[in-house]
Design a protein around this ligand. Structure first.
Ligand code: NAP
Length: 553
């Protein structure tokens, strides 16, 4: 066996996972398809890419020394700084030596007889390991549109995920942005005053509210450092894993004036406060949601000078917050500029890409650059890209054809020894990612330690446990207005065959971080109830990194 554990992916989850394994002296490696570490923050280099989590709630919490050493410079830090941070972490803890880059995993097959995974790497190697940990990212497979003529365009074009590493000259250029999700909204706000001309092609508008970013001074950072315990304790307590706590007063129990006062305060406040610091009924009650959505619509009307454009920017098919809310900086003001225009492609669809630009049903447009901000094959896309076969040769793609089913979002029945610290239906997807990731990595690592201590070489979630969890995830959607929205939270993506519309995929756990953590801790406390263990350590002793001590013993 080449490794005891192989981690796939060197993003936020993979970095922390290998830190835990390295500390235990386990013979482990990280395989990363990219040329370097960082995951999301390695790839997404488009202008405007930044956290929507407060920086100091996004960073890792596991090391006091790290918390003391790192200075976040902005409340919502930008991509270059975020990538520097992840590199700083990897270098500080000497984690690079465990990572292999440009290393795409094409297949992972479970060998029943030997209780190990056999991985096929694009470079021709086959690697074996007892455990495989999927740290693939939930939004790591970009989906450009499927438009005729895309290859014929003579200018530059790229999906935002593949924004070039070298600077892109924007001054004086005619630029198209297709897509107005969280990504498009960040790009548009950032480049509007830097390009010659910007045309935004919008199919459906998204609800969006100000990020209200600000710099963090030395004094403020010192205060944050002093409060880290309190900050992380708050994140543990709140449903979203953020500092923002829901307003627990009943929506209909307070007066309209009181509601407006809260909303005015939240609109001018930072980050997801407007979404997660709001009344809880926003997520579940149509009437409450409609009243609040109208409040945001009014804000849009006040910020966009041209009334017709303002109306086009107001969503009609869903209410505020039933999709993940894009946070914006100067987004709505961009449309007040002479050089920016909005094309409603629900009225005049894009027919094709031409050699010189885009053709809609109404006219031709000429561009130097076309930016596809068209989203991701979310949550399960990265799993679908690997030929994963469990017991009896069943592929995960087949098993998940109608949507994922998991045990705690971290294990899959029939795929023993495969762990997902931040998988579909886990606590991460609908919350502050890194908080959920730390929880997931710790749980997976504890499970491995338990197995090593008990001499188990095989762990598989039972079919019954998986069904119980998946049913629970499905039931929770019934309460949420989110179930009605066409977004990646429900598996919608017009660019992925089979995901265009119709069937809901139950991608995320909506019970909130505290309930999730309590549930997975309870499973662990009951000797991992719901997991069937097998094998014996004598037959296959745990392999350690050369020279390492058995830290878990
Ligand atoms: P998205 O939310 O899925 O938005 C994709 C956009 O492209 C939508 O406006 C969609 O229109 C449009 N689109 C897709 N295919 C199209 C086509 N063929 N023709 C025309 N328009 C098309 O993707 P995203 O903006 O990349 O955001 C995804 C998630 O990434 C976010 O929800 C968030 O979780 C994360 N994110 C986070 C940050 C951050 O601040 N940290 C920033 C960016 C992204 P329809 O709505 O009509 O489908």
């Amino acid at each position: 066996m080449d490794y005891e554990v192989i981690v796939i992916g060197a993003g936020v989850a993979g970095i922390y996972q290998i830190k835990r394994l390295a500390d235990l002296g386990i013979n482990a490696t990280v395989l990363e398809a990219g040329a370097d570490l960082g995951g999301t923050w390695y790839w997404n280099r488009y202008p405007g890419a930044r956290f929507d989590s407060e920086s100091y709630t996004y960073g890792y919490s596991f090391s006091r020394e790290l918390l003391d050493e790192w200075h976040w410079k902005e409340k919502f830090s930008g991509q270059p700084e975020n990538l520097r941070y992840l590199n700083f972490v990897a270098d500080k803890f000497g984690l690079r030596r465990f990572m292999q880059f440009n290393c795409r995993v094409d297949a992972a097959h479970f060998d029943e007889a030997a209780n190990l995974w056999r991985l096929e790497i694009a470079d021709g190697r086959t690697l074996t390991c007892r455990f495989v940990i999927m740290a693939l990212g939930l939004l790591s497979i970009p989906t450009p549109p499927r438009l005729e003529g895309m290859d014929s365009f003579r200018g530059r074009s790229f999906h935002t995920f593949h924004w070039p590493h070298e600077p892109v000259e924007l001054a004086g250029k005619k630029v198209a942005v297709i897509g107005t999700g969280a990504t498009g909204i960040q790009v548009i706000g950032e480049i509007a005053d830097k390009v010659g001309e910007l045309v935004v092609f919008q199919r459906r508008p998204n609800w969006s509210a100000p990020l209200n970013n600000s710099e963090i001074s030395n004094d403020e950072m010192a205060d944050i450092r002093a409060r880290y315990d309190e900050i992380f304790a708050t994140c543990l307590r709140t449903p979203g894993g953020f500092e923002h706590e829901p307003d627990r007063r009943g929506f209909f129990e307070v007066s309209r004036e009181e509601r407006l006062a809260l909303w005015d305060r939240l609109y001018d406040g930072p980050g997801f406060g407007i979404w997660l610091g709001n009344f809880r009924e926003i997520f579940t009650n149509e009437e409450a949601n409609a009243e609040f959505s109208e409040y945001i619509a009014e804000r849009i009307r006040r910020r966009v000078k041209d009334p017709a454009t303002a109306e086009k920017l107001i969503p009609r098919d869903h209410g505020f917050g039933v999709q993940r809310v894009p946070m914006e900086t100067n987004y709505f003001e961009a449309y007040n500029r002479e050089n920016v225009s909005l094309v409603d492609i629900s009225e005049t669809p894009i027919e094709r890409v031409t050699e010189t630009g885009l053709r809609t049903s109404a006219r031709d447009y000429e561009f130097d650059i076309i930016v596809y901000a068209t989203g991701f094959d979310a949550i399960t896309g990265a799993f679908d890209h690997i030929d994963i076969r469990g017991t009896d040769g069943v592929t995960l793609r087949e098993k998940w054809a109608d949507g994922p089913s998991t045990f705690l979002g971290m294990m899959i029945h029939g795929f023993p020894n495969l762990l997902m610290p931040a998988g579909p239906q886990s606590g991460s997807a609908s919350t502050n990612y890194p908080r959920g990731i730390e929880t997931g990595v710790d749980w997976c690592t504890d499970l491995l330690e338990y197995m090593w201590a008990h001499g188990h070489v095989r762990a598989d979630a039972t079919a019954a446990a998986e069904k119980r969890w998946t049913d629970h995830v499905v039931r929770m959607y019934a309460m949420m207005l989110m179930r009605k929205a066409k977004s990646w939270f429900t598996g919608y993506n017009s660019n992925v065959p089979g995901h265009e519309q119709g069937r809901i995929r139950y991608f995320v756990y909506n019970g909130g971080a505290p309930k999730y953590v309590a549930t997975i801790n309870d499973v662990a406390a009951k000797d991992y109830e719901g997991i069937a263990f097998g094998g014996s350590a004598q037959a296959t002793p745990r392999s350690l990194a050369p020279g390492a001590s058995r830290a878990a013993e």
